[in-house]
Design a protein around this ligand. Sequence first.
Ligand code: AVJ
Length: 355
Amino acid sequence: MLLNQNDQSVCFAEVDPAFRRDVLTGLASRPRTIPARWFYDRAGSELFEAITALPEYYVSRTERALLCSVADEVAALAGPGRAIVEFGSGSCAKTPVLLSAANPSAYVPIDISRDFLWASARRLSHLFPGMPLHPVEGDFTRTLRLPSAIEDMPRLGFFPGSTIGNLLVPEAVDLLRTMAATLGSGSMLLIGIDRIKDPSLLLPAYNDAQGVTAAFNLNLLHRINRELRGSVPVDAFRHVALWNDDEARIEMHLEATRDVDFEIADGYFSMTRAETIHTENSLKYGPRDARVLLRAGGWSPFAAWEDPEKLFSLILATAGPDPSAPCLYQQVDALQNHAKLQPSQGFELQSAMST
Ligand code: AVJ
């Protein structure tokens, strides 16, 4: 996966002023921090796609296989006629699995990136020719008005990929509440959340042998040089991934391997050897943590599934508080790579746990 980092021509008029602001203020603060959302320019999005195929990055394939195994159950629990609203549809890799099982009355992908949104909408309209499709270009961290065509339909929100893990807990709670407001009362949410697990499994997932994650992290510096007239000496930085056990999160940093001075958009910066820029948090949640998070965010966990190795969770929740709703983790016996599965072992609750 080699990309020529410099062959993308950039029109400076198109540079996002928020990117400039976040980089300049983030590098001036201590610890130096740049929000993870800025990873995803074109090169960054391609590198992330490459990450999802890495042997060490269990996240994507585990969630996909888990979704394949439980999609029919999710569809049965959600009931017929719902509009599926996907938050940050991106490349929509897992969407067809859910759509073919749930057979929704409409599909509403929401994404801030126009290119991604329309490219994946086109792909899905070919896969599901009869399904009403209403893409929404927008920022789902704010309450959005959904298309009037789905006004009278009950909704099922879909937020896969453990994207919620990029947010600190207060921000994650805010986002879940915003999603509840966007979807409205009576809605459900299917969310994918990565689990706390042994660091010997977590660390390689964020520091792969081929160096794709390193390239993904370092691409942020290339992007700064490209878009913000930067002179960051990228070769003087190395990718660092660490497990912060107190906060239950993977942290990614860019560490200066020597003293460096550089300029970015008229700002002057100086870093000493071993100083880092904190570029990403990826929070992991135990099953109870995840239920507490959902409740704090205005959702009642209703059903949850995990893969046999307990690497990843899918949780189905209903909007609004409902303290009586029980939620039990169902371990899926074996992951299957197709969406259709035999009638499930049933949804009998051996013990009711409410958080
Ligand atoms: C897209 C936020 C889920 O945290 O695992 C992958 C991003 N960063 N490798 C994650 C990511 C480094 C990913 N999320």
